[in-house]
Design a protein around this ligand. Structure first.
Ligand code: UDP
Ligand code: MG
Length: 318
């Protein structure tokens, strides 16, 4: 028997969040019950090494509206969100973190905006007061670089969003790129957007899973997926260096013509080193793009599912 689709699917990526889920699931469930008739909750266990999945199974056996997908290993939050979107059946989906940093109390507001006609509702961080200074700085830097270079506005936007069915289908099936940046993609696709604001609260459970380097890597993915501006900068720098080269060369030739010995060993070494580093950095930037092409061309699945609970999908892999 075909079940009618639930109104709302809540997608929760979880990596080592056993403790947080124990608190988050009942809270989210209670809020959903107040504002939605028919909902499902989809928890994506991103290869956790703690008891995240057993706890999800426990909730799922108690409540058929709670479902779980477990990855074969840690594939990252972006992959978890994608899996969530592929398995969500709702007429709209809400993506929310497991650590209660995205206040579930805003779910009714997200839904209200959607019922009023928005296709995407972005929850935007009003403050990051609770995060450490280093965390705030790296997040600020990452968002700034991505917004500037990618020409998309993601400043302070978060992965806490509501997406209409239409948008979920586009994100899950029409954008075949493997290395994804959910925040950027969901603003790139356009459609009627709405914004609501929230204050980030303290994360519950263990530490944040993002390191400084993790964030930098996300920034690189974001930049390489949204713009080729860095490649143009290289070309531009090359032209500037060429101009400078002509200047210095004519000066040297002129001195030689005048019969003055061309001296300046130090200048020579410095120029050589500077140009050498320019070239290496440029190669690195080009390398990032080639690496991206390589990743995409291999076309490996973005995640692999080990097991599921509560889903009627017999073949859950992408
Ligand atoms: N997460 C995940 N896979 C990962 C890292 C994180 O699914 O490899 C989940 C995590 O369980 C949480 C959400 O992504 O639900 C946000 O993670 P975190 O709180 O560590 O990040 P932050 O809040 O600092 O952005
Ligand atoms: Mg968090």
């Amino acid at each position: 028997m075909m079940m009618p689709p639930p109104e709302i699917s809540v997608i929760i990526p979880a990596y080592n969040e056993g403790e947080s889920l124990d608190r988050a699931i009942p809270i989210i469930r209670e809020i959903l019950d107040t504002c939605v008739k028919d909902w499902e909750m989809l928890i994506i266990d991103d290869g956790s090494r703690d008891d995240t999945y057993p706890r999800v199974c426990h909730f799922a056996t108690e409540d058929a509206r709670i479902k779980g997908v477990s990855f074969s290993r840690n594939f990252g939050k972006e992959a978890a969100l994608l899996a969530g979107m592929k398995h969500a059946k709702g007429r709209a989906a809400i993506t929310i973190d497991a650590d209660l940093q995205h206040p579930p109390a805003m779910i009714p507001e997200l839904i209200a905006q959607w019922r009023r006609g928005a296709k995407i509702v972005h929850a935007v961080k009003r403050s990051r007061k609770k995060d450490s200074l280093g965390k705030r700085f790296s997040a600020y830097l990452a968002n700034k670089i991505i917004s500037r270079m990618g020409g998309i506005n993601i400043r302070n936007s978060s992965d806490y969003k509501l997406l209409d069915r239409e948008i979920v289908d586009i994100l899950a099936y029409c954008l075949p790129e493997r290395e994804r940046f959910f925040r950027g993609l969901s603003s790139w696709i356009g459609f009627e957007e709405e914004y609501i604001y929230f204050d980030v609260s303290d994360r519950i459970g263990s530490e944040s899973k993002w390191s400084f380097w993790g964030l930098m890597e996300l920034s690189i993915t974001a930049i390489t997926s949204f713009t080729s501006l860095p490649l143009r900068i290289i070309t531009f720098l090359g032209i500037v260096t060429l101009g400078l080269g002509f200047g210095v060369a004519s000066d040297a030739l002129w001195s030689w013509y005048q019969g003055e010995a061309v001296s300046g060993f130090a200048t020579l070494i410095i120029t050589l080193l500077l140009i050498g580093s320019f070239i290496m950095i440029s190669l690195g930037i080009i390398g990032e793009y080639i690496a991206k092409i390589y990743e995409e061309i291999k076309a490996r699945p973005p995640y692999l599912v080990k097991s599921t609970v509560g889903l009627d999908d017999s073949r859950p892999n992408p």
